[in-house]
Design a protein. Structure first.
Length: 231
């Protein structure tokens, strides 16, 4: 029997401090869920309910007040943060794009993070691989030598998505990856993320668009600081 990829148990998450604090999840039994390999999950809920904060917490960028995260049944307290983030990748709404070429941006994590390079156990992607990945999200007409910061916001988001996928994470947390792109590009982003799931990954995504693909699951974050997982 295959182990769950990620298990969240009784999460309590808060955004802000003092009088401005907002409770995102209250820590009871309804704040638990399991993520399975090969599955695509939509994280839904009203605007401002805390979807981005939940994703940041799953990536261990935002602290838990209480609760447990299990990666392959190992508690988050037993796994180094760098190792955790090499397996659980967060694509934020406004990804950081560095000054330099598109190729520089794509290869930066592979050059920089020893843990990821050890896990990959292979040479860096060649030009053909980089171009093929860019083509998969509609960036085929942009040369690798182009300055990355000159791209539009939607193009930068797709570049950041490919940059993360090249590190070969197990779980992709994608926060509005289709924002700022047209319908054709959004479909390509969906298809690339579905392909990631089909090849052994998993995705949790927030988006104002929905593909309505049969078999997708939904994690619904509501205004009562609880959530519901529906298959």
């Amino acid at each position: 029997m295959e182990l769950p990829l990620l298990t969240a148990e009784s999460l309590k998450i808060q955004c802000g401090d003092g009088d401005t604090a907002k409770l995102i999840l209250n820590g009871d039994a309804n704040c638990s869920f399991t993520i399975k390999t090969g599955q695509f999950y939509y994280l839904t809920g009203p605007s401002g309910v805390g979807k981005s904060t939940l994703l940041s917490s799953l990536a261990r960028l935002h602290p838990l007040i209480s609760g447990v995260l299990l990666l392959h049944e190992l508690r988050h307290t037993e796994i180094a943060v760098a190792r955790w983030r090499s397996e659980i990748a967060l694509l934020p709404q406004r990804p950081v794009i560095m000054s330099g070429s598109i190729a520089d941006n794509l290869l930066y994590p592979l050059h920089s993070f020893r843990i990821q390079k050890e896990r990959l156990r292979e040479s860096l992607p060649n030009v053909e691989t980089l171009e093929r990945e860019l083509h998969s999200v509609g960036l085929h007409d942009i040369p690798l030598e182009r300055e990355a910061t000159s791209l539009s916001g939607g193009q930068q988001a797709r570049l950041a998505l490919i940059r993360l996928l090249l590190t070969k994470p197990k779980l992709m947390l994608a926060d509005e990856p289709t924002a700022g792109v047209d319908e054709v590009a959004a479909k390509l982003v969906f298809n690339r993320l579905y392909q990631f799931c089909e090849t052994g990954g998993a995705v949790i995504m927030t988006s104002h668009l929905y593909s309505n693909r049969i078999g997708d699951a939904q994690i619904q974050l509501n205004g009562q600081s609880t959530l519901q997982l529906s298959d």
